[in-house]
Design a protein around this ligand. Structure first.
Ligand SMILES: Cc1ncc(COP(=O)(O)O)c(C=O)c1O
Length: 367
């Protein structure tokens, strides 16, 4: 198919896994494969990781979990989204672990158990400072008391999520870690010990080992990108995704020729303008046209004018690119290396927004 391609290097994914495991030591890993494995293709990514011994996966919706089960994934799957009674039967059927994030959730689980005599497995999510889902500190005592009184609710874990783990200043993350530890201690005072305790994410894998507990959650780092430019680059990961698009047209234009919408770019000299069949509807980060470039045969070429919905133009200067050959938007291939982190920084976005944006007509090819 002619058009953009996301080439997914599963070999690099497994290398990244190996390096992350070496870094965290004996702790178990829970790999976050929500949002189509951060744009990389949930089923092939999860299969590769399961084959390499990963026992835990996290998705956001139960539907994402069903996709994995249908593909033969038998490992544990935690569903991050707010618990809903609509999920209970499905969770029992599919052996999902649900997210219990407040007293109301707990009471729904109790009511369900009283009605049908079963409860899906859950992990308690507590809020330690992210202020998204998670029980608030005022609810902790009541939650722990009810869990103790009602062991039929199969609560096997406790977790929370960092808000600032990828920032240079770790004081807020340390505050969250402290709150988390205190909550786990408080649970112990109520006679509850959790089999699974998890808090860490990519940022804290790199900068806060005290947050590992017994399971370490990882998303971005395993896909070979850093969560931000403020974390130490201590784990030698490689980009799993290579995002490329084909040259479909080349023309010679005269100095002063305007290119693309708005006519905001014009040729500084006579030059070759190539049309690349990839646009923002495929996930190309549109703001990157301003000061942005692509790589072709080891050289940088400036993006000429605004990226369009389906195509973008490149100033190839005196090079005549071969029709059908691909230019590199980001990743690492024979053309060179262009880090998604560089683009994210330049256009004020994050590696998360850029990778999960890959969609539309982009074909994923798994290596
Ligand atoms: C609850 C939770 N845990 C872990 C992660 C993984 O974070 P990261 O990709 O920074 O490792 C996410 C990602 O958004 C998340 O929402």
């Amino acid at each position: 198919m002619i058009g953009p391609k996301a080439i997914i290097h599963l070999d690099r994914l497994l290398q990244n896994l190996k390096h992350i495991k070496e870094h965290i030591g004996k702790h178990e890993l829970m790999v976050v494969v929500k949002a189509n494995a951060y744009g990389h293709g949930a089923v092939p990514v999860t299969k590769a990781l399961a084959g390499a011994g990963v026992n835990w996966f996290a998705v956001f919706t139960p539907e994402e979990g069903v996709e994995l089960r249908n593909a033969g994934i038998t490992q544990k799957i935690l569903v991050f989204s707010r618990l809903n009674q609509e999920y209970f039967h499905l969770a029992l059927d599919q052996n999902f672990i649900l997210n219990c994030s407040c007293l109301d959730d707990l009471r729904e689980l109790k009511a369900f158990h009283e009605k049908i005599g079963k409860s899906p497995e859950v992990h308690i999510k507590i809020d330690t400072g992210m202020t998204r889902l998670g029980a608030s500190p005022e609810e902790y005592p009541e939650i722990f008391r009810e869990l103790k009184e009602y062991p039929e609710i199969r609560c096997t874990g406790i977790y929370s999520h960092f808000a600032t783990a990828d920032e240079g200043d770790l004081s807020y993350a340390e505050y969250q870690l402290d709150r988390f530890k205190k909550a786990v201690d408080l649970a112990a005072d109520y006679g509850i010990t959790f089999k699974h305790v998890h808090l860490s994410n990519s940022g804290t894998i790199l900068n806060l080992p005290e947050s590992y507990f017994n399971i370490v959650r990882v998303g971005m780092l395993i896909y070979g990108a850093l969560p931000s430019d403020e974390v130490p680059e201590d784990v030698p990961v490689k980009p799993v995704m290579e995002f490329v698009g084909p040259v479909v047209n080349v023309r010679r234009v005269k100095k002063g020729t305007k290119v693309s919408y708005g006519g905001v770019w014009s040729a500084q000299k006579n030059t070759n303008i190539g049309v690349i069949q990839t646009g923002f509807a495929d996930g190309f980060p549109r703001p990157w046209y301003d000061g942005g470039y692509v790589l072709y045969r080891g050289r940088r070429y400036e993006i000429a004018g605004r990226a369009c919905m389906d195509q973008l133009m490149v100033d190839f200067e005196d090079t005549i690119p071969t029709l059908g050959e691909h230019v590199l938007f980001f990743g690492d291939n024979i053309h060179g290396q262009l880090k998604v982190e560089e683009i994210a920084k330049s256009i004020g976005q994050t590696t998360y927004t850029l990778l999960t944006a890959i969609h539309g007509r982009t074909e994923r090819i798994f290596i």
